[in-house]
Each structure stands twice: as C-alpha cells, then as structure tokens.
Design a protein around this ligand. Structure first.
Ligand code: GLV
Ligand code: MG
Length: 337
C-alpha cells in the first residue's frame, strides 16, 4: 500500500530522492525514551522489537544541563540498534525553534545518524513558517552529509496559534508526516485551568437534562474533541496522519484507553506512549475490533466493485459504507502483516 505524496524537487546535488510513494506503516504508538538515561538506552534494542516507533526525546522533560547528554545518547542509541531490521521507526523530538539547542540538535543528529532518522518531531509549531524553516535546514544538512532518504517532519499541535493555523501547517511541506495533539502545552497556551497531561477533567461538563441519574452520569468531560477533529481534518485533507499525544496519568489506564479509543474512532492513527504499560494499550486500541473487521469484510465482499446498495443484518450498505469498510479491512491487514 502506498500513500500518494506530492512531487518534491530536490534543491541541490546530493539532496535526497523526491518524496513519492512513501510506504504506509503501522504507527500505533510513538514510544518516548529519554536518551540521556543510560539504563533506558540499554533496553532500546529489545524495546525496538515491541513498538512501532521509538522516539528519542530531546525537548521538555530533559533538564537544560542534560541536553547535550540527550543528543549524544540519541546518537549512541541510533548506532547501537538496527531499527530497520524490525521495521521500527526511529524518531526524535528536537527542542523548540526559539530555544538555544535546536541547531545543535539537528546538526548533530543529521551528521551522525541522518540515514537512520525517519522523522523529526517539531514542538510548539505556530504556523507554516516554522515548518519551512525546518524543511530548508534539513535539506541543507541532508545535502551536506549525503543523506539519501528524506527525513520527514511531524508537528506538535500545542499552541493556540498552531491550532488557528492547522490547515496551513498540514500542507506546509512535502516532508510533513503528520501531527500530534500536545495537550499539556496547548492547555497552557490557551489559558486552560488544568494541570493534567491529556485526558478529561472532572469539572468540565455539559449541562444535561436534570431528569434521571443516567443523563447526569453521561456528562461530557472531553476537553480535546474540538482540537482532535480539526487536526484530523487538516491531516486527512493533506494525506498525512493525526495522532493523540501524551496521557500523563500512568495510574489511570482506563481513562487513557478511553482517550486513545476516542482518538482512534475519530481518525487518529496512534498515540504517544510514555510508559511501558501504555504500549499494550495502544496496540489493542489502534487496531480494529475483530467483530467490526468481520462485518466490514462482509460489506467489501457483498459489493465487489464498491457500488450499489445491499442489506446486511438489516443495515443498509452503499458506496459510502463500502469506503468505511475498506478503511477497517485495510488497517486489519496491515496489523496482521
Ligand atoms: C506535549 O508535548 C504536550 O505539551 O502535551
Ligand atoms: Mg509540549
């Protein structure tokens, strides 16, 4: 299966091949590791066999006096592990564009392990100009270091300005791989009154009809619905992927599962995993339900050319539900591969 990409004209001799026909990969979880932590780093070769993406984090959660150690740790980790052998993606989250560390992050990583680096996650993206800057910088560094495979870019949607510019960000460069919701920074940027990383909030409710306990119990607590919907539309309209970001309360796997599942149903391809316990959760949630796959397969089978109308189990199916079914069947195939 191939994801159609727009043609990209290389800027200089030695620049990477055009961006075309990038393979669709399973990216149910983007698993964050702190590369300055030697103990965690030692576990990465084994970890790489169990997750879809390993991301070496250089940004928030890495103390200022450990930034260089994180960068060097990432290089060591990339050299010591054969990510390609297990089909695992190798990503990094660089520091913010206005920080003192970003140039060293990119210069070091592309020079040392540019051929192994699949995606650069860029935090606090406010508009397409941020992506243009990274795009040109990567093009220069790839050309300088003879990196043949284009390094892709993933934006974190975590500022109010970024959300306002989400459509322009999604199509800012043919390097765009996708986008993730960053609920912690976004909450701060918007002036939301919460100290949580992702998830709902017990005080965020919609008024329900006061008749009956059931209505009250179903009060909505999802703070992120609007942003995820905007992100998914912007991403899908531009052939790139949308992701739920971090869920910070490791003790509440039920709430994490609900957030991941809502994001999956709305069109997200995966989520960040910050703790090993979240990996299994992401594997289950970001794969279609077997009963749903069976039903979808029946729709595809009943309408071999994808047109017309049939009844299955009393439910009307037509060209549109055939397309829905195809999304589910294709994903199930990818998971089974
Ligand atoms: C992630 O970076 C977030 O701010 O939620
Ligand atoms: Mg953030």
């Amino acid at each position: 299966m191939k994801l159609p990409r727009r043609f990209f004209q290389p800027l200089a001799a030695g620049a990477p091949e055009p961006f075309r026909d990038l393979p669709i990969k399973l990216e149910r979880m983007i698993h964050f590791v702190p590369p300055h932590n030697e103990k965690v780093r030692a576990r990465v070769p084994e970890l790489a066999k169990t997750v879809d993406v390993v991301l070496g984090n250089l940004e928030d959660a890495v103390p200022a006096d450990q930034k260089e150690a994180a960068r060097n740790g990432f290089v060591a980790m990339a050299k010591a592990t054969d990510f390609a052998a297990s089909g695992t993606g190798l990503w990094t989250r660089i520091n913010a564009l206005n920080s003192p560390w970003i140039l060293d992050d990119l210069f070091t990583l592309v020079a040392e392990v540019g051929d192994k680096l699949d995606v650069v996650m860029v935090p606090k993206v406010e508009g397409p100009w941020d992506i243009h800057y990274i795009d040109q910088l990567l093009a220069q560094l790839e050309a300088r270091h003879g990196v043949r495979k284009p390094i892709l870019v993933h934006a974190i949607l975590e500022t109010a300005e970024g959300v306002a510019n989400v459509d322009a960000i999604a199509c800012a460069s043919p390097r765009m791989h996708g986008m993730s919701l960053g609920p912690a920074d976004l909450a701060a940027s918007r002036g939301m009154k919460t100290t949580r990383v992702g998830g709902g909030h017990p005080d965020y409710r919609v008024l329900s009809d006061p008749k009956g306990e059931e209505a009250r119990a179903s009060a909505q607590q999802d703070l992120w619905h609007y942003t995820i919907a905007r992100m998914v539309d912007a991403c899908m309209a531009n052939g790139i992927k949308a992701f739920y970001g971090p869920f910070g309360d490791f003790s509440d796997s039920a709430a994490c599962e609900v957030q991941f599942r809502n994001a999956f149903l709305m069109g997200c391809a995966g989520a960040w995993t910050l703790h090993p316990s979240q990996v299994a959760l992401a594997k289950t949630v970001f794969a279609p339900d077997p009963a749903e796959v069976n039903f979808a397969a029946r729709i595809v089978e009943a309408m071999p050319d994808g047109t017309g109308a049939v009844m299955i189990d009393g439910k009307m199916q037509d060209d549109a539900t055939w397309k829905q079914a195809k999304v589910i069947v294709d994903l199930a195939r990818l998971v089974a591969e």
